[in-house]
Design a protein around this ligand. Sequence first.
Ligand code: CA
Length: 236
Amino acid sequence: MEQPTAASAPPSRGLVLIVEDERAIADVQRIYLSRAGFGVHVETTGQGGLDRIRGLRPVAVVLDVGLPDIDGIEVCRRLRARNDWTPIIFVTARDDEVDMLLGLELGADDYMTKPFSPRELVTRLKTVLRRSDGIPRRGVLRAGPVTLDPEARTAAVDGSPVELTAREFDVLAYLMASPGRVFSREQLLSAVWGQADYSAGRTVDVHIAQLRSKLGPGNPLRTRRGVGYSADAEGS
Ligand code: CA
Protein backbone atom coordinates (compact mmCIF):
# COMPACT_ATOMS: atom_id res chain seq x y z
CA MET A 1 0.00 0.00 0.00
CA GLU A 2 2.67 2.51 1.06
CA GLN A 3 5.38 3.37 -1.42
CA PRO A 4 8.92 3.05 -0.13
CA THR A 5 10.39 6.39 0.81
CA ALA A 6 13.60 7.68 -0.73
CA ALA A 7 16.84 7.04 1.10
CA SER A 8 17.03 9.27 4.14
CA ALA A 9 18.63 9.57 7.56
CA PRO A 10 18.07 6.42 9.59
CA PRO A 11 14.89 6.78 11.64
CA SER A 12 16.19 6.97 15.18
CA ARG A 13 13.83 9.52 16.69
CA GLY A 14 10.94 7.06 16.69
CA LEU A 15 7.82 6.69 14.62
CA VAL A 16 5.35 9.47 13.82
CA LEU A 17 1.81 8.53 12.83
CA ILE A 18 0.29 10.87 10.27
CA VAL A 19 -3.50 10.74 9.94
CA GLU A 20 -4.30 12.72 6.81
CA ASP A 21 -6.71 12.01 3.96
CA GLU A 22 -5.05 14.35 1.45
CA ARG A 23 -2.35 12.25 -0.09
CA ALA A 24 -0.26 15.19 -1.34
CA ILE A 25 -0.10 16.74 2.12
CA ALA A 26 0.70 13.42 3.76
CA ASP A 27 3.50 12.83 1.24
CA VAL A 28 5.15 16.18 1.98
CA GLN A 29 4.85 15.62 5.73
CA ARG A 30 6.29 12.15 5.34
CA ILE A 31 9.29 13.35 3.34
CA TYR A 32 10.21 16.12 5.77
CA LEU A 33 9.73 14.00 8.87
CA SER A 34 11.78 11.17 7.36
CA ARG A 35 14.59 13.58 6.56
CA ALA A 36 14.48 14.79 10.15
CA GLY A 37 15.13 11.23 11.29
CA PHE A 38 11.63 10.04 12.14
CA GLY A 39 10.01 6.86 10.95
CA VAL A 40 6.63 7.69 9.42
CA HIS A 41 3.41 5.78 9.00
CA VAL A 42 0.41 7.30 7.20
CA GLU A 43 -3.25 6.45 7.78
CA THR A 44 -5.91 8.17 5.67
CA THR A 45 -8.90 7.66 7.97
CA GLY A 46 -9.65 8.36 11.63
CA GLN A 47 -10.55 4.73 12.24
CA GLY A 48 -7.31 3.63 10.60
CA GLY A 49 -5.39 5.92 12.95
CA LEU A 50 -7.21 4.60 16.02
CA ASP A 51 -6.68 1.01 14.93
CA ARG A 52 -3.00 1.39 14.29
CA ILE A 53 -1.78 3.60 17.12
CA ARG A 54 -1.85 0.81 19.70
CA GLY A 55 0.36 -1.48 17.67
CA LEU A 56 2.66 1.15 16.22
CA ARG A 57 3.22 3.07 19.46
CA PRO A 58 4.26 6.28 17.68
CA VAL A 59 6.13 9.01 19.57
CA ALA A 60 3.57 11.50 18.23
CA VAL A 61 0.51 11.81 15.98
CA VAL A 62 0.04 14.49 13.33
CA LEU A 63 -3.74 14.52 13.17
CA ASP A 64 -5.84 16.18 10.47
CA VAL A 65 -9.14 17.52 11.82
CA GLY A 66 -11.14 16.99 8.63
CA LEU A 67 -11.18 13.26 7.93
CA PRO A 68 -13.69 11.29 5.84
CA ASP A 69 -14.97 9.07 8.65
CA ILE A 70 -14.25 9.92 12.29
CA ASP A 71 -12.95 13.49 12.51
CA GLY A 72 -9.67 14.32 14.23
CA ILE A 73 -11.44 15.74 17.29
CA GLU A 74 -13.22 12.46 17.90
CA VAL A 75 -10.02 10.49 17.27
CA CYS A 76 -8.28 12.60 19.93
CA ARG A 77 -11.18 12.17 22.36
CA ARG A 78 -11.19 8.40 21.96
CA LEU A 79 -7.43 8.18 22.43
CA ARG A 80 -7.53 10.25 25.62
CA ALA A 81 -10.56 8.26 26.80
CA ARG A 82 -8.53 5.09 26.65
CA ASN A 83 -5.75 6.85 28.53
CA ASP A 84 -3.50 7.17 25.50
CA TRP A 85 -1.52 10.40 25.96
CA THR A 86 0.63 10.15 22.83
CA PRO A 87 1.45 13.76 21.87
CA ILE A 88 -0.89 15.07 19.17
CA ILE A 89 -0.36 17.94 16.75
CA PHE A 90 -3.65 18.93 15.18
CA VAL A 91 -3.68 20.08 11.57
CA THR A 92 -6.68 22.24 10.74
CA ALA A 93 -7.93 23.81 7.53
CA ARG A 94 -9.06 27.08 9.07
CA ASP A 95 -7.65 29.60 11.54
CA ASP A 96 -10.92 29.91 13.40
CA GLU A 97 -10.93 26.16 13.98
CA VAL A 98 -7.93 26.55 16.26
CA ASP A 99 -9.91 28.73 18.68
CA MET A 100 -12.70 26.17 18.64
CA LEU A 101 -10.24 23.33 19.27
CA LEU A 102 -8.56 25.21 22.11
CA GLY A 103 -11.98 25.71 23.67
CA LEU A 104 -12.63 21.97 23.63
CA GLU A 105 -9.57 21.26 25.80
CA LEU A 106 -8.86 18.01 24.03
CA GLY A 107 -5.42 17.51 25.46
CA ALA A 108 -3.69 18.11 22.13
CA ASP A 109 -0.14 19.39 22.26
CA ASP A 110 -0.07 21.84 19.36
CA TYR A 111 -2.11 23.12 16.42
CA MET A 112 -1.13 24.03 12.88
CA THR A 113 -3.26 25.67 10.20
CA LYS A 114 -3.04 24.61 6.55
CA PRO A 115 -1.17 25.58 4.51
CA PHE A 116 1.95 25.37 6.66
CA SER A 117 5.62 24.93 6.02
CA PRO A 118 6.69 21.32 6.51
CA ARG A 119 9.82 22.66 8.18
CA GLU A 120 7.59 24.33 10.72
CA LEU A 121 5.90 20.99 11.37
CA VAL A 122 9.27 19.37 12.09
CA THR A 123 10.19 22.20 14.46
CA ARG A 124 6.88 22.02 16.29
CA LEU A 125 7.12 18.26 16.54
CA LYS A 126 10.57 18.39 18.08
CA THR A 127 9.34 20.98 20.57
CA VAL A 128 6.35 18.87 21.51
CA LEU A 129 8.54 15.80 21.96
CA ARG A 130 11.05 17.67 24.11
CA ARG A 131 8.20 18.88 26.24
CA SER A 132 6.65 15.45 26.59
CA ASP A 133 10.02 13.75 26.81
CA GLY A 134 8.85 11.67 23.86
CA ILE A 135 12.26 11.49 22.21
CA PRO A 136 13.75 8.45 23.84
CA ARG A 137 16.82 9.34 25.85
CA ARG A 138 17.59 5.88 27.04
CA GLY A 139 20.80 4.77 28.58
CA VAL A 140 22.74 1.76 27.41
CA LEU A 141 20.56 -1.25 26.60
CA ARG A 142 21.69 -4.68 27.76
CA ALA A 143 20.59 -8.22 27.02
CA GLY A 144 22.88 -11.04 28.05
CA PRO A 145 26.31 -10.42 26.49
CA VAL A 146 24.97 -7.74 24.13
CA THR A 147 25.18 -4.03 24.97
CA LEU A 148 23.82 -1.25 22.81
CA ASP A 149 24.40 2.47 23.26
CA PRO A 150 21.64 4.35 21.39
CA GLU A 151 23.36 7.73 21.82
CA ALA A 152 26.77 6.65 20.55
CA ARG A 153 25.18 4.12 18.16
CA THR A 154 27.63 1.44 19.17
CA ALA A 155 27.07 -2.25 19.85
CA ALA A 156 29.24 -4.78 21.65
CA VAL A 157 29.23 -8.47 22.59
CA ASP A 158 31.04 -9.27 25.84
CA GLY A 159 32.62 -5.81 25.58
CA SER A 160 33.99 -6.32 22.06
CA PRO A 161 32.64 -3.84 19.49
CA VAL A 162 30.46 -5.24 16.70
CA GLU A 163 30.01 -3.45 13.39
CA LEU A 164 26.33 -3.04 12.52
CA THR A 165 24.76 -1.24 9.59
CA ALA A 166 22.46 1.68 10.42
CA ARG A 167 19.37 -0.43 9.77
CA GLU A 168 20.63 -3.39 11.75
CA PHE A 169 21.35 -1.06 14.64
CA ASP A 170 17.89 0.51 14.45
CA VAL A 171 16.13 -2.88 14.38
CA LEU A 172 18.11 -4.13 17.37
CA ALA A 173 17.67 -0.89 19.34
CA TYR A 174 13.95 -0.85 18.64
CA LEU A 175 13.48 -4.42 19.85
CA MET A 176 15.76 -4.10 22.89
CA ALA A 177 14.03 -0.88 23.96
CA SER A 178 10.87 -2.94 24.60
CA PRO A 179 12.23 -6.17 26.04
CA GLY A 180 10.02 -9.21 25.61
CA ARG A 181 7.53 -7.39 23.43
CA VAL A 182 6.79 -9.09 20.09
CA PHE A 183 6.69 -6.86 17.01
CA SER A 184 5.30 -7.92 13.64
CA ARG A 185 7.38 -7.47 10.52
CA GLU A 186 5.01 -4.69 9.49
CA GLN A 187 5.51 -2.85 12.77
CA LEU A 188 9.27 -3.09 12.39
CA LEU A 189 9.07 -1.86 8.80
CA SER A 190 7.00 1.11 9.89
CA ALA A 191 9.21 1.94 12.84
CA VAL A 192 12.63 1.43 11.30
CA TRP A 193 12.15 1.84 7.56
CA GLY A 194 9.29 4.31 7.74
CA GLN A 195 7.02 2.23 5.56
CA ALA A 196 4.38 -0.42 5.97
CA ASP A 197 4.44 -2.93 3.16
CA TYR A 198 3.69 -6.58 3.79
CA SER A 199 5.63 -7.59 0.71
CA ALA A 200 8.80 -6.13 2.24
CA GLY A 201 8.63 -8.41 5.30
CA ARG A 202 11.49 -10.44 3.93
CA THR A 203 13.71 -7.37 4.41
CA VAL A 204 13.15 -7.66 8.15
CA ASP A 205 13.96 -11.38 8.13
CA VAL A 206 17.23 -10.70 6.34
CA HIS A 207 18.27 -8.04 8.85
CA ILE A 208 17.39 -10.27 11.80
CA ALA A 209 19.45 -13.09 10.29
CA GLN A 210 22.41 -10.75 9.81
CA LEU A 211 22.11 -9.50 13.38
CA ARG A 212 22.05 -13.04 14.73
CA SER A 213 25.11 -13.91 12.73
CA LYS A 214 27.03 -10.83 13.90
CA LEU A 215 25.99 -11.08 17.56
CA GLY A 216 26.59 -14.82 17.85
CA PRO A 217 24.86 -17.45 19.99
CA GLY A 218 24.24 -15.05 22.90
CA ASN A 219 22.10 -12.75 20.76
CA PRO A 220 18.84 -11.64 22.41
CA LEU A 221 16.67 -11.98 19.29
CA ARG A 222 13.72 -14.35 19.41
CA THR A 223 11.35 -15.46 16.66
CA ARG A 224 7.67 -15.86 17.45
CA ARG A 225 6.54 -18.05 14.61
CA GLY A 226 3.73 -16.50 12.58
CA VAL A 227 3.84 -13.30 14.66
CA GLY A 228 7.21 -11.57 14.49
CA TYR A 229 10.28 -10.86 16.58
CA SER A 230 11.23 -9.81 20.07
CA ALA A 231 14.38 -9.25 22.12
CA ASP A 232 15.00 -10.75 25.55
CA ALA A 233 14.57 -8.70 28.67
CA GLU A 234 17.53 -7.11 30.40
CA GLY A 235 19.41 -9.59 32.52
CA SER A 236 17.42 -12.58 31.26
CA1 CA B 1 -8.67 16.51 5.49
